[in-house]
Structure formats: C-alpha cells, structure tokens
Write a protein that binds this ligand. Structure first.
Ligand code: NAD
Ligand code: UFG
Length: 334
C-alpha cells in the first residue's frame, strides 16, 4: 500500500517534532516546513536518531506565499498538519499585528496553496483558549467559543477556526480537523526531544525546569485563593506524546467538513500538586513562593475528552508523573 505523505508545518517545534516521530513510526512519509523562528535545525537529527528517518525539510516562512507555493508544487501531499504559529500569550499583547500577520496571514497562505494544489485534508493546532471563560471547569466542544478571550494569541486561534469553517462551506471536499489542546507537557522518553523555548518562558513546566536548573531563583505560584481544593489553579496537563498520538488518530478518521476535538486527559492537577510531583520525582526541593493572581488566569480548566475518546478511539495513557520524568530525562540529555 502507498504510504500517505504528510506535510507538517512547525514540525521542528515542540509538539510538531513529537508528532513527526509518531507519524514516521506509524508508517507515514513526512516532510517538514518551518522557518526555525522558535526551533532548531538539530531537531531533524534527533528525529532521525529516534526513527531512523530524516524528513525532508523546507526552511520556509508561511508569510511568504511564493515560497510556500513552491513547496506544494505538484500537489504531492495527502494531508497537512498545521502546527506553525507564534504562541506566547504575553508577547501577543505587545505585538498584536505580528501575531495576526504570522498566525492568520500564514494560515491563509497555506490554505490557498493547499486549494491550488488540490490538497484537501488539514489538521489544525487550536487551543482550549478559544472557550474563553465559560464559568464552568469542564469544557466540551458544544460550548460557544470566541467570547471572553483575553489576548490576541487566543483570538488568532478562534479566528482561524472560523476561517476553516468558512473554507469548508465554500468547498465541501475539504476534510478539516480542529484539535483544541489543553496544557501540553513532557518530552519524548528517549530524551532526544522536548520543549526548548527561546527567551524567557511563560508556561509552568519550562519555568519549573529553569528553577530546577538554577537559572531562575524560584517559581512564583500565581494565587492560592482560587476556589479549588488547595487554592492554586487547576489545569489539564497532557503528555506531549499522547497529544502527538491524538493527531495520528485524527488523521485516520478524517471526514469531509469540519470536526472539532478537545485533546486533554479529563483530569486536573493544581500548581501546588505539580510542585509536589516534581519534588518527589526529582528528589530535590523546588524553591517557590505564593504571589498574586496572574491577569487573565481562570481557576480551573479541564477537558471533556469524551468526543475524541469515542470518535477517534484515542485517550491519554501517560500521566503527569511520566511527563515530569521524561522532562528531567530530556534535560539530562541536552
Ligand atoms: P513551537 O513554537 O515549539 O512550534 C511552532 C513552530 O512553528 C516553531 O518551530 C516555529 O519556528 C514555527 N513557525 C512559527 N511561525 C512560522 C511561520 N510563519 N512559518 C514557518 N514556521 C513558523 O510551539 P508548540 O508548542 O509546538 O505549538 C505548536 C502549535 O500548537 C502552535 O500553533 C500553538 O499555538 C499550538 N498550541 C500550543 C500549546 C502549548 O501550550 N504548547 C497549547 C495550545 C495550542
Ligand atoms: N503558573 C504559575 N506560575 C508560573 C507560570 C504558570 O503559577 O510561573 C500557573 C498559571 O497560573 C496556571 C498554570 O500554572 O494556573 C498553567 O499556566 P501556563 O502558563 O503553563 O498555561 P495556561 O493554562 O495559562 O495556558 C496554556 C497555554 C496557552 C493556551 C492555554 C489553553 O500557554 O497557550 O493553556 O488553556 F491557550
């Protein structure tokens, strides 16, 4: 049987690189497009070490329509997985135009090239942020999106979802799957791939790692007065390898129109619980202090993953403990 060929935009990034490994291991042929803005070329060698296959790589910026069109010449892909985008919430508030240009402009260029070359299957990396504040902890795909999003990054995800729905109405041959990620954490268990953000991190796990390595003095826990059992915020942390496998399951269940799935575990972990898990597994105390709430944070956000469980036959298998172990292993390797 002919192997399907998948173009992965953002494939040298954190989630994209883990998904490339799962795709290759599942027998797909993969090519990667990335401008290396937030990732390193060495990732390709890491992928090759894990899988024995070094994917074809295009150093291309999605903002450059002509360059993207060249990649698509000949209509050689069966599907596209679209991870490429800017993702720093705080930075998006400082630089909204750059975020709209990169995330929305880049996506529109990609979609135009797909249409021209007859590639009509797309999986898109969205985020639980599109739900805004629903006033309840557990989020499912029937809920209205777009209201109460507090930053331009989140709005780019919402707007791209709407663009994809419009595209699907205009051309029902498109098979589009929108995956709303909860909080991706962890690393590949080989220690070869993990999260390696440029600059000062904003997310919990990368900050915990910096504190552990002595590169930041302590973790500031944003609030212990939320309406949660220990007062700190609760999130649904999903191991990046489970998340990557969710993309393979989605690819195997593509249908015409737009399907939307939450990818999360359905379980919550508080910030204080995360600190405890980390201390237990690393065997070292993690310096931390409680500070005030961070603007825009909600107390509790958990996925209802039933739809993905039922339709895609996918569910998370790895735990927060696995994620911490794998992240520490990654730190020891790099
Ligand atoms: P990442 O920054 O590690 O990977 C994104 C990749 O896209 C990078 O390699 C970057 O160089 C590339 N890129 C950015 N703009 C580009 C452009 N114009 N042209 C070509 N390449 C470009 O991020 P990640 O954590 O792997 O996230 C992947 C996707 O998942 C993003 O769309 C992100 O918004 C989404 N997402 C991430 C999270 C999270 O917490 N990590 C949560 C929800 C959704
Ligand atoms: N936190 C701290 N201290 C820190 C950093 C984070 O206490 O130094 C807490 C936050 O208050 C929050 C939790 O750790 O309760 C997780 O925070 P992250 O910044 O890691 O993640 P968020 O849940 O705020 O946001 C993430 C992604 C967004 C995405 C959103 C979707 O970063 O891109 O999930 O739910 F939109």
């Amino acid at each position: 049987m002919k192997k399907e060929k998948i173009l992965v935009t953002g494939g040298t990034g954190y989630i994209g690189s883990h998904t490339v490994v799962e795709l290759i291991e599942a027998g797909y042929e993969v090519e990667i497009l990335d401008n290396l803005y937030n990732s390193k070329i060495e990732v390709l060698d890491r992928i090759a070490e894990i899988t024995g296959v070094k994917p074809v790589f295009y150093e291309v910026d999605l903002k450059n329509y002509d360059a993207v069109a060249k990649v698509f010449e000949g209509g050689k892909y069966d599907a596209v997985m679209h991870f490429a985008g800017l993702k720093a919430v705080g930075e998006s508030v400082e630089k909204p135009l750059e975020y709209y240009e990169n995330n929305i402009g880049g996506t529109v260029n990609l979609l135009k090239c797909m249409r021209v070359s007859g590639v009509k299957k797309l999986i898109f990396s969205s985020s639980a942020t599109v739900y805004g504040d629903q006033g309840v902890a557990k989020l499912d795909e029937t809920m209205e999106t777009g209201k109460g999003i507090t930053n331009p990054y989140g709005r780019t995800k919402y707007m791209i979802e709407e663009i994809l729905k419009d595209l699907s109405i205009s051309d029902p041959e498109f098979e589009i799957c929108i995956l709303r990620y909860f909080n991706p954490v962890g690393a590949h268990n080989s220690g070869m791939l993990g999260e390696d953000p440029n600059g000062i991190p904003n997310n919990l796990m990368p900050i915990v790692m910096k504190v552990y390595q002595g590169e930041m003095p302590e973790l500031s826990i944003y609030g212990d007065d939320y309406d949660t059992p220990d007062g700190s915020c609760i999130r649904d942390y999903i191991h990046v390898v489970d998340l990557a496998r969710g993309h393979i399951a989605a690819l195997e269940h593509m249908k015409s129109g737009v399907k939307v799935y939450n990818l999360g575990s359905g379980h919550g972990t508080s910030v204080l619980e995360m600190v405890n898990v980390f201390e237990k597994i690393s065997g070292k105390p993690l310096s931390h202090k409680i500070v005030g709430r961070r603007a825009g944070d909600l107390g509790e956000l958990i996925a209802d993953p039933s739809l993905a469980n039922n339709d895609l036959g996918w569910k998370t298998e790895l735990t927060v403990e696995d994620a911490v172990k794998d992240t520490l292993n990654y730190l020891n390797h790099c």
